[in-house]
Write a protein that binds this ligand. Structure first.
Ligand SMILES: O=C(O)CCC(=O)C(=O)O
Ligand SMILES: [Fe+2]
Length: 335
């Protein structure tokens, strides 16, 4: 059995540190072992809504390559990057410059730039693109000409992180007293979008209405976040309204956090936690968020094990793709 968590959160959401979940047991052939891991995840999801995962299986080489490709990409001129501006590309793919998105109403803009992609076949040949089955969110990826290895480095990371996400869906099902395969037929088309993110330094609190990314919850079921080593920027809000630092942990750790779709599926049994990031360091910061939805045509509605006479369903059913689209539209202030 692997170790569960280093921090034991108190149960009212007033956590002061983030649990660490060891995914090694997710690959065990022994069902009780997987169930025990799922219980640890259940506690983390109910009390914190955030956890680190270790032994996730993504190689350091894959992480190094995607970081280097992104450093090179974001050092291109603004004109070059704007050729793939997300407003001229269908469904939010492509490049978004600093200060254009504003995720926290009342703030003045998010001081990061990002590049969004969705699922496609991992292939060396850029002519082989997926035909999208994403319904409301349909659209193929676009890729910059430079750096030459950007596409392959991003897709390698995307598929590696996707495998981690698929594993987590099985564990979430067990954690919710559902059959382990519950999400399998709801996650057939890999409706996961990924954003690589670059946060230029904001060493001084120039304006507290301009953060790297303002306080928000994620829209989807859950997010797997890779963040660059040694740079503190991410924070999560506990129920005492205290911001808790979520530093990158050395080695191969990934932070993962629950989003609003899973909160809706679980009738708020699992928490969707508010978080934000600001790069108050003197150097650039890079991170990569992979947002996991169910397939976009799947209806999200509170599941049976989370609804009772005392706790009736709080949310009407909504198609996952429609939900993601509504939230992204609000974020980019589009009508
Ligand atoms: O870059 C980070 O640390 C957080 C990114 C994030 O929260 C998001 O993209 O939703
Ligand atoms: Fe987020």
């Amino acid at each position: 059995m692997s170790q569960s968590s280093e921090a034991t959160p108190v149960c009212d959401g007033a956590f002061e540190s983030i649990p660490i979940i060891d995914l090694e047991d997710a690959f065990s052939q022994d069902e009780p072992t997987r169930r025990s891991l799922a219980q640890q995840i259940r506690m983390a999801c109910k009390n914190v809504g955030f956890f680190y995962v270790k032994n996730h299986g993504i190689s350091q080489d894959c992480l190094d390559k995607v970081l280097n490709a992104n450093k090179e990409y974001y050092s291109l001129s603004a004109d070059e990057k704007m050729k793939l501006h997300h407003k001229i590309v269908p469904n939010f793919r492509g490049y978004c410059p600093p200060m254009e998105a504003n995720i926290q109403p009342g703030n003045r803009g998010d001081f990061h730039e990002g590049f969004r992609i969705g699922w496609e076949e991992r292939s060396e040949d850029p002519r082989i693109q997926s035909t999208s089955r994403d319904g409301a969110m349909a659209g193929v990826n676009v890729w910059p000409d430079q750096p030459a290895d950007f596409r392959i480095a991003c897709m390698d990371y995307y598929h590696a992180a996707l495998a981690v996400g698929k594993k987590l869906f099985g564990l979430f099902a067990l954690a919710l007293d559902l059959p382990e395969t519950y999400f399998d037929d709801k996650t057939l088309h890999s409706a996961a979008t990924m954003r690589t993110l670059h946060y230029p330094p904001q060493p001084h609190a120039l304006d507290d209405k301009i953060l790297g990314i303002g306080a928000h919850t994620d829209f989807v079921c859950f997010t797997i976040l890779w963040q660059q080593a040694d740079i503190q920027a991410l924070q999560v809000l506990n129920s005492h309204q205290q911001w808790i630092n979520v530093p990158p942990l050395p080695g191969t750790l990934i932070v993962k956090f629950l989003g609003d779709q899973l909160a809706r599926w679980t009738n708020d049994v699992f928490k969707s936690t508010v978080h934000r990031a600001a790069n108050r360091n003197a150097v650039d910061r890079y991170s990569i968020a992979l947002f996991f939805s169910t397939d976009y045509e799947v209806n999200i509605e509170p599941i049976c094990t989370c609804v009772s006479a005392e706790s009736p369903a709080k949310y009407p059913a909504i198609a996952a793709g429609e939900y993601v689209k509504q939230r992204l539209t609000a974020m980019y202030n589009e009508s």
